[in-house]
Design a protein around this ligand. Structure first.
Ligand code: NDP
Length: 328
């Protein structure tokens, strides 16, 4: 008998997520597997900002991905012991299938000597967001200036390093001195703590030639100010808007259409799962950069499945450096 645990959403979030919005419940997963199904035990679970804003149904399991191993299988593509990435929510164990949605059950990216958790971070969804969002969509050129906020996070830290690999000048913003020190050690050209230096003062100093590519993880007032520094024909990737996720009174992104018009900017919307069938194109190059030390990553690991809500909450107070994961 497989005794599994899952976190369900007890109450829709109001403002910042609270522990009382979640409930930990047990479930029995010892039923027979249908054709195509596998039973997976999660080793690491992901907490991500999107979980705050995606529509969720009260009483259902919290959404999310995890990496783990196959315990039982009725699917020819997956053997017992295989390492997989699943999208089954906050569960210690799950019965999943790749038949309807390939995002629900996949083999892990090649990880070399990297820890399993890297399949949720630098070699998983956030890493692929950085790679495809920056390299494929924004196409940074040598000598251009790239601005990234949320720069010490799972996506932002990879964006800045990829921009350096592409020969750009990189300006990063993060929320603590420790995070800024890490970004300097990764050779970011200019790093600012946005809690101490306002965007205008920082960009007057760091972007005298303007910004060519703006990879926006934060939105809100930051973006209103940053847009003034864009060069004509600059490119903006609207990746996320974490500064606005829990403030229902605000728009998630500003209304800067006059600036976009005057500067003839190109603004891209982007969702990483739309390019799921292309992630394999990025894996060899990303793994090589990691093995060569050109790309580095950090993870903030919370111990214990029972601490999923705290790990999630901590995203919104800057508690994580690099990818936030929970060890089940
Ligand atoms: P992070 O690992 O960056 O974690 C969140 C970080 O955001 C925190 O550590 C904190 O760092 C920062 N933050 C929190 N609140 C604020 C605020 N009010 N203002 C500025 N910074 C804040 O998360 P991810 O890298 O996973 O995600 C980054 C962004 O990308 C999010 O907006 C997310 O929704 C988006 N995203 C979009 C995807 C897509 O396909 N479009 C896919 C993946 C992510 P600090 O200490 O610096 O404040």
């Amino acid at each position: 008998m497989v005794k599994a645990k899952k976190w369900i959403l007890k109450k829709q979030f109001e403002g910042l997520p609270k522990k009382s919005d979640f409930e930990l419940v047990e479930e029995d997963l010892s039923r027979d597997l249908k054709d195509g199904e596998v039973l997976v035990e999660s080793t690491f679970l992901s907490v991500d900002p999107y979980m705050r804003v995606y529509k969720k149904t009260t009483g259902e399991v919290m959404i999310g991905s995890s990496v783990g191993k196959v315990l039982k299988t009725n699917n020819k593509k997956f053997k017992v012991g295989d390492k997989v990435v699943i999208n089954a929510g906050w569960r210690t164990h799950a019965i999943v299938s790749d038949k309807v949605n390939p995002y629900e059950l996949r083999h892990l990216a090649p990880l070399g000597d990297l820890p399993l958790s890297a399949g949720l971070g630098v070699m998983g969804m956030p890493g692929m967001t950085a790679y495809f969002g920056l390299v494929d969509v924004c196409k940074p050129k040598v000598g251009e200036t790239v601005l990234v906020n949320g720069a010490a996070g799972a996506v932002g830290s990879v964006v800045g390093q990829l921009a350096k690999i592409k020969g750009c000048t990189v300006i990063g913003f993060a929320g603590t001195k420790e995070k800024c020190d890490w970004l300097k050690s990764l050779n970011f050209d200019h790093v600012f703590n946005y809690k101490e230096t306002d965007v205008k003062t920082a960009l007057d100093k760091a972007a005298p030639k303007g910004i060519d590519v703006y990879f926006d993880n934060v939105g809100g007032d930051f973006t209103v100010d940053a847009l003034n520094y864009m060069n004509p024909f600059g490119r903006i990737l609207v990746c996320g808007a974490i500064s606005t996720y829990h403030d229902g009174s605000r728009k998630m992104v500003p209304d800067p259409f006059m600036t976009i018009l005057q500067k003839k900017l190109t603004v891209y919307g982007f969702i990483v799962t739309d390019v799921l069938n292309r992630w394999g194109e990025a894996f060899p190059e990303m793994l090589l950069w990691l093995q060569q030390g050109k790309l580095q990553f950090r993870e903030t690991v919370t111990e214990g499945f029972e601490n999923m809500p705290e790990a999630f909450q901590s995203l919104f107070s800057g508690g994580n450096t690099g990818k936030a994961v929970v060890k089940a």
